[in-house]
Structures are given as structure tokens and as C-alpha cells.
Ligand binder design. Sequence first.
Ligand SMILES: [Zn+2]
Length: 333
Amino acid sequence: MTDTRYLVHGVFWDGAPAQTVRHDGGSPVLRLQSPSGNVREVSLKPGARLGFAVADHRRFCLGHHKVHSASSRDHILCPASARAVKGKQCERCFVLDDSRLIHDFHRGGRVPDGLRTYLLQDHWLYVATFAGGASKVGTASHLRKWNRLAEQGAVVARYVARAADGRVVRILEDMVTREAGLAQQVRSAAKAEALAGPLPAATLDGINERHAAAVRTMLGQAAVDGSSPEGSSPEGSSPEGFSPEDFSIVDELWVRPAQAAGLCAPTARHTYPHPLEQGKHGFGINALSGTNALASLAGTDAAFVVNLARLAARTIVLGDFASEVPAVQESLF
Ligand SMILES: [Zn+2]
């Protein structure tokens, strides 16, 4: 079965969190779906080797999720194996996906019971900083408090608030974006580019610390006022009025998994020169941060940053392939 065509779902960090900075965490894998619908996981731990040929450069639907509770959800594969037209989903799976409804809940809308149970668990608000210094505000459910930041590929992150539910945390997130100007998204390609020349650890920690402190100050003011800062809501009694039990301000550093250290340190490396959406590739994985691997190629000592997110929703065949060593050695050093 060497020529089985697998649909790539992406990089997942669902394992147990790293407890200290010396420990690997998350047990990252590349998740694949066989034609018969079975899931296969390829380990991306340091020392692993990944070899594949892209069988189809087009994107196919990754299905959708049904949320049953805080800890239980089903991933329902696309019954039609349809082409992806909405990101990594077909029109039907996009419409059926529960995560699409999270924003309705945030705005006071009705959601299915399972999703409601999920959203009623505690959530965390965090500030994450990436290798080039770009920072964002984001949210994580309590059960995925650590994993969410691992899959994002944060270099430094701090939790700034613990919220009573998924609605409150998204109101806080929007408020931080509005008042502190922190984005809610840093593009995958931008994270990968930044990892080609990461800023020093102390610089990134300083950037993150300043953003986190500013957000905590702002949240402190909102907690005192019992509402979002003046002028941000049209009515006097806004739907964003907070009660003391809605959230608490915290100051907690996220523990970065040890297997990301090699990517986050400013050592010599290069952007992987081949388009991942086509051709044959094979490399060793020396480090992993989010979806980005620090890869070693047979025949050179140079290290390369490979963004595995570019494989998501594409079809590959696994095998003992090797990436071509780029013929630009002199300029690399
Ligand atoms: Zn679909």
C-alpha cells in the first residue's frame, strides 16, 4: 500500500502539555486521511523523517466538526470528498461546521446544546508574540489552554485573563483589539517568514511583556468600570457590561514546548526553496514550532524552515523521497 493517497488534515499538537521549558509537549503529528476514511498520524517529533510526493496540488474538503461538550466532539469527514471552496472545506461542510456558530453565541445568538456546553467552560485570553515580533490577542478553551498556543507556533505568550465562558472571552478579545490595537490573527506565511530570521529571545519577551501589561491595565479599568471603556459602545448600558465573576486578570507565562527551541533560537537557517504544493520532498525534522519545521536535507549542513501548513487539504503519497539540495550553497553561509 505504498502508493496510498492521503488527504493531509494538518499539524496537530493534541498531546499532553510541556510542564517545563526543558520538556517536549503536545506530541505533534501530521494527520492524514486514507481514501477509506481511516486516520493515520505521522510523528513530527525531533529526529523524525518525513518523505512524501504531492499527488494532487488542488485542495479537498477536510469535513466538519460537531461539538458535543467541553471535551467531546466528532470530526465528520466530507461524504463527497469534494473540492475545497471555502478555505479547506466544501460549501456543505462549511455550513454544517459548529465552529462557525461560535460567533453567533458571542453576539447573543442561539447555538446547539453541545456547542453551548463547550462554550460555557472557562476560557483564557492570551497575548502571543511570533518570531518577527508580530503579536496577537487570542482565546483558548480551558481544556486546550496550552495546546492552542502550541499549534499557533507562539515564540512567547502570556495569559492575561481567565474568563467565565467563551462569550465573555471573545468580548474581551474584541475590546483588546479595539482599544490596544492588537490583531486577532497573524498569517501562517508571516510566521514562517519570520522564523527564517527570528529576533533574539530577550527582544521578543520584552515585546510580549509590554503588550500583556498594557492589556492587563486595560482589563483592570474595564473591571472597575463594569463596562468596556467609554465611547466604545453606542448605548449607556452596553451588552459588554461586566460583573466581577465574568473574568479575572492573570499574569502567567505559557510554557513553550522544548521541540520549538531550535526554531526560535536565532541560528543560521534558510527558507525552504521548493514549493510544498507540488513535487517530491524528504527531510529530517530537527525542531517544530506550530506548523513550521526546521528541516535538515541529506547532502548539506544547512537548515531550512518548512511551513507544513501549506500541505493542508492537499493529497500526498508517503515514501522514501529526498528533497533536492538547492544549488546556492555559497550565498547560504
Ligand atoms: Zn465537505
